[in-house]
Design a protein around this ligand. Structure first.
Ligand SMILES: CC1(C)CN=C(N2CCN(c3ncnc4sc(C(F)(F)C(F)(F)F)cc34)CC2)S1
Length: 492
């Protein structure tokens, strides 16, 4: 049972990042499980002090120089913790729930306790992810509600209730073997919340939002990693708190060294981004951390996570390593093609739209401006790069196939042709799209069709042929130009 123990209290008042690190270190090392409410309140209090109302009036120029780490008093944290504990224990009468393991009704009740305390103001601002925000402002974002439910569960002694994380949604798992699932928060804008409902396999099977049944299932230490990862050092659109970013970075390395990021690709991505901003001496370079996230996704999540590839692709793009960035985006597309697009997948749609309609065209423009740039080895004459761009688009076409909602529109086609036409025709002739030689025995293809049909996904050949006449994918450029024609017709 979590509680605010004397061993926790001895760290206070927290006066610098070292004291925060030692509090988290002791909490993670045990012997008791880390107290999520205590850590979320504490980190939220520090984030609030370091990022809110930081507009520095010119008169206080010296403020820019003076260290501003806030002092976190025991009284402040203890009062907020007691408020949360009173709310939770006062609202949930555990005598109504006799079972050793949690029931769906109990999970829904705990979710209702957090939910009913929320103010109605809009919830997609920053800094709404901690219990500090909940207890001082009755505001939480969708992640914060899920974390609050798990922190409340811990206070109630429901140690089977744990956080489940996809790349854009959070829910809980519970029950005897931890495989029951329940929505506890909302998702996106204008979607009715489904709190209390299970993440039925039918929904999870093909949608990116639920990662096809491959979410990150947290234990208490991974839940600490999630609340640390969710910390937000930004002061405003253009400025970050250096102190908050450094604290988040040190906490992530503490969790990394204890193995608590080893099944959490996004937290490794966050760490890689922080290392790019401010490298820690003696630690691996960002690229190695991003590679580790990809390896985790391959090993533990059957390569169903997109973000490990877009973390690395974004980094390589910023370093102007365009050939490698495009390779990463082709790999990201190789993941998304396994899903069917649904209307709640907007976040990843925007990610691919940005790559296709901003980043790729920027690269093609940049390298065509100075074709003799030895560094770029003029990627417009590199058949591998051209093939990767085709793979990138092919994955998005396959993502759309069998989906309830269309993905592509003529804007995509315009950018597609802009990017592809910049490649030298001889280069385009050099690639092999791996089309099958005309084989006599079509049985395996039929069986493929059959399997594909079962998953509601027609085979690429069949769908592509149907979509664009008797196309035999002789020439990829022809294939794409036919798809482009179709899209233009649809637009008219
Ligand atoms: C390559 C990128 C565009 C750069 N940042 C990315 N992030 C930033 C951090 N981020 C995250 N980083 C750590 N953990 C989580 S859990 C989570 C979520 F499940 F969606 C939740 F909880 F609903 F918000 C999101 C998320 C979301 C993805 S992906």
């Amino acid at each position: 049972m979590a509680g605010f123990r004397d061993r926790d209290k001895k760290h206070f008042p927290l006066t610098d990042s070292a004291s925060v690190i030692s509090l988290f270190k002791e909490q993670i090392e045990g012997p008791n499980e880390p107290n999520l409410a205590l850590l979320s309140i504490t980190l939220g209090c520090i984030e609030n002090a370091l990022t809110m109302n930081r507009a520095i009036p010119a008169a206080e120029e010296s403020a820019l120089l003076r260290p501003i780490f806030p002092v976190v008093d025991l009284e402040t944290v203890e009062a907020l913790y007691a408020k949360f504990e009173t709310l939770v224990r006062g609202s949930v009468d555990l005598t109504h729930y006799e079972s050793k393991f949690s029931s769906r009704e109990l999970v829904k009740k705990i979710s209702d306790v957090v939910w009913s305390s929320l103010s109605r103001s809009f919830k997609d601002k920053a800094h709404l992810q901690s219990l500090y925000s909940f207890l001082t402002g009755n505001k939480l974002d969708c992640f914060g509600v899920a974390l609050g439910v798990v922190a409340a569960s811990q206070i109630l002694g429901c140690n089977d209730i744990h956080l489940a994380l996809s790349e854009d949604h959070a829910w809980v798992v519970f029950g005897e073997d931890g495989t029951d699932t329940a929505e506890v928060t909302w998702h996106g804008k204008g979607n009715e919340d489904k709190r209390g409902q299970s993440i039925a396999l039918s929904v999870a099977e093909k949608s990116w939002l639920y990662l096809n049944g491959q979410p990150v299932i947290c234990d208490r230490a991974t839940e600490v990693a999630a609340l640390v990862s969710a910390a937000n050092p930004s002061i405003n659109f253009t400025m970050d708190s250096i102190e908050m970013g450094a604290l988040q970075q040190e906490l992530l390395w503490l969790l990394y060294d204890k193995g608590h990021l080893s099944k959490y690709p996004m937290s490794l991505g966050n760490l890689g981004d922080l290392e790019e901003i401010s490298p820690t001496p003696g630690r691996p370079p960002p690229l190695q951390i991003f590679q580790e996230a990809i390896t985790v996704a391959l090993k533990h999540y059957n390569n169903h996570h997109v973000y490990p590839y877009t973390y690395m692709g974004g980094y390589l793009y910023r370093k102007r390593r365009y050939k490698e960035a495009i390779k990463c985006w082709a790999e990201a597309s190789n993941v998304i093609r396994k899903f069917n697009y649904t209307r709640e997948d907007e976040e990843i749609y925007k990610e691919f739209l940005d790559i296709a309609n901003e980043l790729l065209p920027n690269i093609v423009k940049a390298v065509s401006l100075n074709p003799n740039d030895r560094v770029q080895l003029n990627i417009l004459h590199n058949p591998e790069v051209y093939a990767d761009i085709l793979r990138f688009y092919d994955g998005i076409c396959e993502w759309e196939e069998g989906s309830s909602t269309p993905v592509l529109h003529v804007g995509w086609a315009q950018n597609l042709t802009f990017s592809l036409n910049k490649f030298d025709p001889r280069t385009r002739a050099k690639i092999d799209v791996g089309r099958d030689e005309d084989s006599d025995d079509d049985s395996d293809k039929d069986s493929n069709d059959e399997n594909d049909n079962q998953n509601g996904k027609l085979s690429k050949e069949k769908e592509c042929t149907e979509k664009s006449g008797s196309l035999q994918r002789k020439d990829p450029q022809q294939a794409l130009s036919v798809v482009v024609e179709d899209l233009k017709k649809e637009e008219l």
